[in-house]
Each structure stands twice: as structure tokens, then as C-alpha cells.
Design a protein around this ligand. Structure first.
Ligand code: GTP
Ligand code: MG
Length: 694
């Protein structure tokens, strides 16, 4: 057992004792007035391989050591040097409570900030971006509600990461402008003074300049002559800058806090009570609830899909005979715009690079491999962004919490809580934000189960390939719609079955509880939605971007290297050899075509690549034509549809999953189980349809 010593500091009445009680299971005195805890109390709890010792410190507004409580809190931090100091701030009054946090951050470098009473803030329409706060302050910031036990998991994880040095915290250095000059003089005088040198030098010199009774006593005791200089310098500041240093320093801190708060807090109006009640009557109704929810989710999905890929509006336009309009429409969807942007970019670059006589193979590597890879990463960005923004909207308005509540009893049947619907639904857009979103779930088990099933939800990239394959089917429009709907239905059935199986194995039959309080409805704030979406996008870019880019280059190499080095002809490439080697596997599901095996292999990078590989191999431009050129039977196409929908999630998803759990066994399990399900399903579909003569 590894011991971690944690101190809870914070201004009076922020909820330190409440947090302490929740963490260690104690019953310290909690009440709604400041100054209840006057001494420090210790308790401990165990988490994984850690024994965590927690000290509940008395509340203090600052670290000035003017009252006994302040002295207790400050001495504890300075002399006991806890592994982590958790500074609590109050979400409802961030401006005033951040003062202490700033002071602690100037003094100490192993700090976690817990923004408590998030629940109360939300009720007042106050949103706090913990990411923004964290960036501005240079420390991890976790939003919690100690009273409702929300966010405590995350807090404990963060404490452990800071204690283990996995999370960097930098000591805060404010710009005290003119004061710095005087503080440096004091720094000079007290350097080497015993006892004082236990503190960071800049900190103690600034504190002495401001007037700190306790430090002055120490100075008097050990280096009395420096004290005279401190007093003289303080007077000089008053004369030179026109105000006492304590006032100047405090105003620097307050204006820093003002800036931080302005950037990370957004306030919105709260919707009136009667409207709230009426909405809840519908959204939480046992029957009307799930139905309305379904309607809301479908509309959100249709909007995001349309903006991204044109589906299903484009198909509707085509069906109604407006194929020209459909073309224009497709061109101006986000993926359309991106692909034309990248096409022109590669053309210009190819021309330029050939102009400066770069060898053909380098030109191709840069233009197709690298730019293609960057393109693959970038085309994901609007996808992740829009999906997250749409769901950020549902979450911010308070509708998402109703969806979770209304569907909790349905989700419980497969061993998940209603809350898991929030991340899982994101999966229809893209599996990456779905897996990232599972971190909002209560227990590690539920996070894992939800992340394991999320990749089975057909995402937009798969939808694109499905539409191509379905279009290539020689069938009536009605049969095509049936094919699409049944593919989705089958995927969702599998999601339910796998969730059930996984929860039987992982939770030993325990049913998850819904730990979710219904927040009030808000008018959504654009800024909050932007935070939510932008954060997911950046997260994706940082975590998965590099891997996708790297593998795109690898796939390029496989496609362009053959026995004689660089080749433009895919049929003499290493990739073809690999495709051929894999053909026995695809033959099992009825498709003994190396082109298909190769396309599926590249589809591992990103599912939509299946279509582009097929066009490259068959030398066509239109992917539907490419599929038709392979002369597959309906049974073969159906088998392919099922396989592509279910097999091994794309690289971005695998990368996200792996960074979330960091256990190779789990990542391999994810890839293997999906591969197995996909193969078995494809074989069955092929055999059945084949027998029926398709
Ligand atoms: N809404 C809400 N109230 C909370 C939360 N956590 C604590 N409180 C309330 O805040 C008040 C103060 O809580 P304490 O835990 O006594 O605060 P403290 O920081 O220990 O206060 P001192 O010991 O006086 O410094 C109590 O009324 C708690 O119920 C929370 O997450 N949400
Ligand atoms: Mg207390």
C-alpha cells in the first residue's frame, strides 16, 4: 500500500468537511455557516493500491496567518508538505473563493483545485469550464458536488496522478509589476536566512513586503538585521507607488482572478418553473418520455448527419428526381467541402513538387501519404466537433438528463444506467466522442462496459460505406431502405446483447444506480456548447491524430512499395500480396476477392477508406461503380455490409479506447470480439442469402 497524504484547504463554508466526510466516511460537523471546523482532523480511506490520508483543515480566506485558523492551515502546508493539497473553491462564488487558491498556488506546486457545489451553480445558471480554469491556473481542476457525491471519482484519480507526478503542476507566478523590483531587494537580504529558506524565496519576500506577522517573527529570531530592511522597503513602496504593498499585491491577485473568471464562467438564464414542469411531464412520462426522447435524438442525428455528409436529404432529393440539386447539396456538406479542399491542395502541391524535380515517389509520399493522412485526421475534426456540439446542446439545456432518467429502467436491463445513453448516443455520429464521453459515468465498470459496446454503434463513416454498398445492390428502393434499417437494427441488438454479457461478467449481476439529479432547464449558452465541443475536438486531435497520420503513411507505403521498390501499380504492391494472403479469411464469408480483403484492411485506419481503396484498385472514380465492377452477388454485398458495420473499430476509436484504459489486454479484447462477431454474422448472412438464391 502506498500512502498519499492529502490536505483539504479552502475558505470557510466551501464544503471541505462535507468532502472529507464523503471521502473517508466520517461524520465531521457540517453546517451552513462559516468557521465550524477550527482545528485539523484526519481520516483515511483506501483506493486501489493507495492508502489516502486526508486532513480537513479549518477554513481560511487567505494565507496571511492573521488568525489562528489561518496559521494552522498555512503551517500544515508548509511544515507537513502533504503530497497533494486540494484547494476547494465555491462554484457559486468563484471570485471570492479563488483568492486562497491563488495564494496556495504561489506557495506550493502539488495542488488540485476542486470546484465544489457545481450542482448549486447549475441551478443558478452558472457554468464553469474546468478546462479553462485549469489552463489559466496551471493546475488540474475538477468540478465536484461533495454533497451529491458527484465527481469524487475523478477527484481521487487526479489526486493520485498529482501525487505520482503524472500530472504537472507549475507554481503560479503572478506579475506584481512595480512591486517585483522591491521584492527582489528583500529576496537579496533574506537569502540564506535559516528557516525562511524553507519557503520559496519569491513567495516569502513578497509576503514580507506585504507584512506577514509570522514571517516577521521568524526573521526577527534568525536574521534580525534583515527585518529593518524589510520595513524600510515597505515604506519606500508606499512613497514610490502611493499605496501600501499589501493593497497593491492583493489588487494584482484580484485582477488576475477577475481575468480567470471572465474567461471560464458563463451565466445563462434559468427557464421558468411552470415551463419546466410542463416539459418534465412529457419528457419524464413512462411512455411519452422514451418516445419523445427518440424523436429528439433522431432529429439531432439527422441534422448532424445532413450537415456532415448530406444523408438522408441527399438521398431524398435523388429519389424525388432532383439529382442535380442532390449533387450541389453534397458538394456543400462538410465532408464535401473538405474533400474538395484537400483535392485542390494536393493538386497544387503535386504540381509544385514535380516542378522542383522531386522524385515521383517522394511527391506521391507527400501528396498521397502525408497530406492524405492529415486529411483523414482533419475530416474527423468537424465530425467530432458537430456531434459533440449537438450533444453539448442537449446536455446544457437539461434535456439530456431527462433522457437518461426516462430511459434508466430500459438501460438497466442490459446492465447500464440511463446516464450511459448520453455517451452512447454520441456513437451514431462518431465512436470517438462516445468513448471519451464514458468518463461521466459513475463506476469504472460502467465506463468499461459502455466503452466496449460503443464501437458497435454504426457511426457516420460506416454509414457512408453502407450507403455506397447498398446503392450497388441490384434491388428496389424499398428493399434498399429495408437493408439499411435492418443493418442498424442488428447492430443495436448486438449492442444490447454484448452489454448484457459484459455486465454479467464484469458486474457480477449488480445493477447500476442512476446517480443523477435533474438539473433545471437552461437556455443553452453558445459559449458552453463551444467549450464542450472544442474540448472534445482538441482531445481527439491530441490523442488520436498522431496515430492516424502515422498509419496512413504506413498504408501508403504498403500500397506503393513492391518487390522492385516504388510502384504506381497497386497490383504489384506489398498491399496486394497482403490482400491475397488475407483472401482465405474473406472467402469464409463468401468473398474470395483480394481487392475486398485489401479494402477491409485499409478500412482499419478509417472505415470510409474502404470505399476509396476500392476506387483506387478498380481504377474508377465513383465508389458505387467500383463495387459494381467487382461483380459481387447480392449475398456477397450483404455479407460485406454486415462485416464492415461490425468489424474491428477504426484506428481513431482503438486509439481513444487505449488511451482511456491503457491496458493492452482490453484493447485486444475489443478488437478481437468485434472481429469475431463480424465474421460470424457475415458468414451466416452470406450462407442464408446464398441458399435463398441471391
Ligand atoms: N449545494 C451544495 N452544497 C454543499 C456541497 N458541499 C457542501 N455543501 C454545503 O455547504 C455548507 C458548508 O459545508 P461544510 O462542509 O461544513 O464546509 P467547510 O468548508 O467544512 O466549512 P468550515 O469548516 O466552516 O470552514 C453545508 O451547508 C453543506 O451542506 C455541494 O456539493 N453542493
Ligand atoms: Mg469544516
Amino acid at each position: 500500500m502506498k500512502e498519499i497524504r492529502v490536505a483539504l484547504a479552502g475558505p470557510p463554508n466551501v464544503g471541505k468537511s462535507t468532502l472529507f466526510n464523503m471521502l473517508v466516511g466520517a461524520n465531521r460537523f457540517v453546517g451552513n455557516w462559516p468557521g465550524k471546523t477550527v482545528d485539523k482532523y484526519e481520516g483515511f480511506f483506501e483506493h486501489m493500491e493507495y492508502s489516502i490520508r486526508v486532513v480537513d483543515l479549518p477554513g481560511t480566506y487567505s494565507l496571511n496567518a492573521q488568525t489562528e485558523e489561518e496559521a494552522i492551515a498555512r503551517d500544515y502546508i508548509i511544515t507537513e508538505k502533504p503530497d497533494v493539497v486540494v484547494v476547494l473553491v465555491d462554484a457559486v462564488s468563484l471570485e471570492t473563493t479563488l483568492y486562497l487558491a491563488v495564494q496556495v498556488l504561489e506557495l506550493y506546486d502539488r495542488v488540485v483545485i476542486a470546484v465544489n457545489k457545481i450542482d448549486a451553480a447549475l441551478k443558478r445558471g452558472i457554468h464553469i469550464s474546468t478546462e479553462k480554469l485549469s489552463r489559466k491556473l496551471g493546475v488540474p481542476v475538477v468540478g465536484i458536488s461533495a454533497l451529491r457525491r458527484e465527481g469524487l471519482h475523478d477527484l481521487v484519480d487526479t489526486i493520485i496522478r498529482v501525487a505520482e507526478g503524472l500530472e504537472t503542476v507549475r507554481r503560479l507566478k503572478l506579475d506584481y509589476k512595480g512591486l517585483d523590483y522591491y521584492a527582489r531587494e528583500i529576496e537579496h537580504a533574506i537569502k540564506g536566512c535559516p528557516k525562511i529558506s524553507e519557503y520559496p524565496l519569491e513567495w516569502s519576500s513578497m509576503r514580507l513586503l506585504e507584512g506577514d506577522a509570522e514571517l516577521e517573527r521568524t526573521l526577527q529570531h534568525y536574521c534580525a538585521d534583515a527585518l529593518g530592511l524589510v520595513e524600510a522597503t515597505r515604506r519606500r513602496v508606499e512613497e514610490g507607488l502611493g499605496s501600501p504593498p499589501s493593497l497593491l499585491a492583493a489588487s494584482v491577485r484580484y485582477s488576475f482572478i477577475d481575468g480567470v473568471v471572465a474567461e471560464s464562467v458563463t451565466t445563462t438564464g434559468v427557464v421558468k418553473r411552470e415551463v419546466t414542469e410542463r416539459l418534465d411531464k412529457i419528457l419524464l412520462h413512462p411512455v411519452a418520455g422514451p418516445l419523445t426522447n427518440l424523436g429528439i435524438i433522431l432529429s439531432v442525428l439527422i441534422v448532424t448527419l445532413t450537415v456532415n455528409t448530406g444523408f438522408p436529404i441527399k438521398q431524398l432529393l435523388e429519389l424525388t428526381g432532383n439529382s442535380e440539386l442532390a449533387q450541389v447539396f453534397e458538394k456543400y456538406t462538410i465532408s464535401g467541402l473538405f474533400s474538395s479542399l484537400f483535392d485542390s491542395l494536393s493538386n497544387v502541391l503535386a504540381e509544385y513538387l514535380s516542378g522542383i524535380r522531386l522524385p515521383a515517389f517522394l511527391v506521391s509520399l507527400i501528396v498521397d501519404g502525408v497530406i492524405g493522412g492529415v486529411g483523414a485526421v482533419l475530416t474527423f475534426l468537424p465530425l467530432v466537433f458537430i456531434v459533440s456540439a449537438a450533444f453539448g446542446f442537449l446536455e446544457d439545456t437539461g434535456v439530456m438528463a431527462r433522457i437518461a432518467t426516462a430511459n434508466h429502467s430500459i438501460m438497466r436491463r442490459v446492465g447500464l444506467s440511463g446516464k450511459s445513453l448520453m455517451p452512447l448516443l454520441l456513437g451514431f455520429g462518431c465512436n470517438v466522442p462516445a468513448i471519451m464521453g464514458t468518463k461521466i459515468l459513475e463506476t469504472d465498470r460502467e465506463k468499461l462496459i459502455a466503452s466496449l459496446i460503443a464501437p458497435l454503434i454504426p457511426c457516420q463513416a460506416r454509414l457512408v460505406v453502407l450507403l455506397i454498398l447498398i446503392s450497388a445492390l441490384p434491388a428496389t428502393p424499398m428493399a434498399k431502405v429495408v437493408a439499411l434499417v435492418s443493418t442498424y437494427a442488428y447492430s443495436l441488438l448486438l449492442v444490447a446483447v454484448v452489454a448484457r454479457v459484459a455486465s454479467t461478467f464484469l458486474s457480477h449481476g449488480e445493477k447500476p444506480e442512476l446517480v443523477l439529479e435533474l438539473p433545471p432547464y437552461h437556455r443553452p449558452s453558445l459559449r458552453v456548447i463551444w467549450w464542450f465541443a472544442w474540448d472534445s475536438t482538441l482531445h481527439f486531435l491530441k490523442k488520436a491524430g498522431g496515430i492516424i497520420l502515422g498509419l496512413s503513411v504506413v498504408v501508403w507505403l504498403l500500397l506503393h512499395l513492391g518487390p522492385d521498390g516504388f510502384t504506381e501499380d497497386i497490383s504489384s504492391s506489398i498491399a496486394k500480396a497482403i490482400g491475397e494472403a488475407l483472401t482465405p479469411l474473406t472467402a469464409v464469408m463468401g468473398i474470395p476477392h483480394w481487392q475486398v480483403a485489401l479494402a477491409l484492411l485499409t478500412g482499419f485506419v478509417a472505415k470510409e477508406t474502404v470505399a476509396s481503396t476500392l476506387t483506387v484498385i478498380t481504377g474508377t472514380v465513383d465508389p458505387v461503380e467500383a463495387v459494381q465492377k467487382l461483380a459481387l452477388t447480392p449475398a456477397q454485398i450483404a455479407s460485406l455490409i454486415i462485416f464492415i458495420t461490425l468489424y474491428t473499430p477504426c484506428l481513431a476509436t482503438v486509439a481513444t479506447f487505449h488511451t482511456q484504459f491503457r491496458r493492452y489486454k482490453l484493447t485486444i479484447l475489443l478488437i478481437a470480439y468485434e472481429f469475431a462477431i463480424a465474421t460470424v454474422s457475415a458468414v451466416i448472412v452470406y450462407q442464408a442469402l446464398n441458399l435463398m438464391g441471391f
